[in-house]
Write a protein that binds this ligand. Structure first.
Ligand SMILES: Nc1ncnc2c1ncn2[C@@H]1O[C@H](COP(=O)(O)OP(=O)(O)OP(=O)(O)O)[C@@H](O)[C@H]1O
Length: 250
């Protein structure tokens, strides 16, 4: 067995041989006629192997980039590591609290901004009193005070994303999975978001950054991983990972 190169207490994430396959049922029997003629021919099940026996180690305090073409498995990987999806097989060890951020995910559109702050905070493990204490900061950061009691189904997508970002900024976690977050809000909000990202996340947390922006990956990541068809093809030097990704795009 290969021994870990890094002492266990220095690792934030250790994953060994993790796999995830999605099952999709392809129901082509949409019409009554189709159904009648296909009574004995059930819908087909398709299997999508999104992660194929993948292993990686991420050190505490690292900012690591995750590259790969659409559908290569990046979002599935961060969701599995953040505990959103179970794996089919393999082993994952996470040291610290985790938070997954992507645009608007986890928000309930039938609830108001206020209610969403409390629900999201609870999901992140905060007690009601702890949410009370950061509530105003979240609302101010998101610049959504006048809409605080509005159901978020009436928000623009940028407003929903701002709310999600602000909750993540104020609630925080040891390990942040950031899936294409730099597209949040308008330019003014983006500048504010980058400032927070640089001062409190890059400086003090473990960050896994999914981005199609090579400039962002180059600027912040000490290492990067390249994925293709559910496999981790490379993890290491950022420039090499970027080169592999660029080649895969040709
Ligand atoms: N919930 C799901 N149910 C079924 N299949 C899924 C699901 N989520 C992802 N997949 C499939 O798994 C594969 C990997 O998808 P994933 O979203 O992880 O890719 P990605 O690298 O994040 O892509 P993108 O750059 O477009 O965000 C794709 O083939 C996708 O169709």
């Amino acid at each position: 067995m290969m021994e870990s190169a890094v002492a266990k207490d220095l690792l934030a994430i250790k994953a060994r041989n993790i796999s995830k396959t999605f099952q999709i049922s392809e129901d082509s029997h949409n019409t009554v006629k189709h159904r009648l003629f296909n009574l004995f021919n059930p819908p087909k099940t398709k299997y999508v192997p999104a992660l194929k026996s993948l292993s990686l180690e991420i050190k505490k305090g690292e900012c690591i980039g995750l590259l790969g073409r659409n559908g290569s498995g990046k979002s599935t990987l961060v969701k599995v590591l953040a505990g959103v999806y179970p794996t089919d097989s393999g082993y994952i060890n996470i040291q610290g609290s985790t938070m997954l951020m992507n645009l608007g995910v986890g928000m309930s559109h039938e609830l108001t901004a206020r209610e969403n702050i409390y629900v999201s905070g609870s999901v992140l493990g905060l007690k009601i009193k702890e949410i009370d204490a950061i509530f105003d900061e979240i609302v101010d950061f998101a610049e959504l005070r006048e809409f605080i009691d509005t159901k978020i189904k009436f928000f623009s997508s940028g407003m929903v994303a701002r709310l999600g970002f602000s909750i993540a900024v104020k609630a925080g976690a040891d390990i942040m999975f950031l899936d294409e977050i730099f597209a949040v809000g308008d330019v003014k909000f983006q500048e504010k978001a980058i400032k927070v990202f640089e001062s409190s996340w890059i400086a003090g947390k473990t960050v896994i950054l999914v981005s199609h922006s090579m400039d962002v990956i180059k600027k912040y990541c000490s290492r990067a991983a390249f994925m293709k068809n559910g496999e981790l093809k490379f993890i290491g030097d950022t420039d090499i990972a970027i080169e592999m990704y660029m080649e895969d795009n040709h």
